[in-house]
Design a protein around this ligand. Structure first.
Ligand SMILES: Cc1cc2nc3c(=O)[nH]c(=O)nc-3n(C[C@H](O)[C@H](O)[C@H](O)COP(=O)(O)O)c2cc1C
Length: 179
């Protein structure tokens, strides 16, 4: 059994990526999963002056959480074909604590959006950048057209093909992090 930390890279209390995180983490039985809601945490905007004042407690908190978990599930939201400024700011802060803050982490990377590409540009950005921080994206997928394919009341994926695809990815990830 491995410890998995899961969170959406969104500052929204109604985040669709957080809804996807809850759907996916419910499927995992053989590992211990902790879900964080980053929108509940206050992260100051990075600047070199702020950094000289000291690394913020909440960044240290998130950094320690990541250190304590060998596997991560992250669902990123997309603003203007990239990750949101909220999430990029967190990445920037964490990289100042330790540039290799994802060293040795196995990651299931996801994204969703109301659009047909499901936030695929934000996902591709993270896929290309996480290795810079030492992280290994072992599985990934984008769920397109969230409001057509997801029932928010039930917390379930209504499109059977996507639902099966997500199950397969989650099973593969659960196996891969055992090794
Ligand atoms: C400023 C802004 C830019 C956006 N740009 C994109 C985009 O490039 N691609 C996309 O698929 N959705 C885009 N969206 C829609 C978001 O995907 C949508 O708001 C989604 O709910 C964000 O995820 P979250 O609810 O998990 O925060 C944008 C939304 C905003 C507010």
């Amino acid at each position: 059994m491995k410890k998995i930390l899961a969170f959406a890279g969104s500052s929204s209390p109604t985040s669709i990526n957080h809804q996807l995180i809850l759907n996916v983490t419910r499927r995992i039985e053989e590992h211990q999963v902790e879900v964080l809601e980053l929108h509940e945490i206050d992260f100051p905007v990075y600047s070199i002056v702020k950094e000289k004042e000291g690394i913020p407690q909440n960044i240290k908190f998130l950094f320690e959480k990541i250190m304590d978990h060998p596997a991560l599930i992250i669902s990123v939201n997309e603003y203007n074909a990239n990750v949101s400024g909220f999430f990029k700011n967190i990445l920037d802060w964490l990289s100042r604590v330790d540039r290799k803050f994802l060293e040795g982490k196995k990651i299931l990377l996801m994204s969703t959006s109301p659009g047909k590409r499901g936030g695929a540009s934000a996902l591709e950005y993270c896929k290309s950048q996480f290795p810079r921080f030492g992280g290994e994206v072992v599985e990934s997928f984008s769920l397109p057209q969230f409001y057509e394919n997801f029932d928010s009341e039930k917390g379930s994926i209504v499109n059977e093909v996507f639902d099966l695809g997500v199950s397969e990815v989650v099973t593969a990830f659960s196996q891969e992090i055992k090794e």
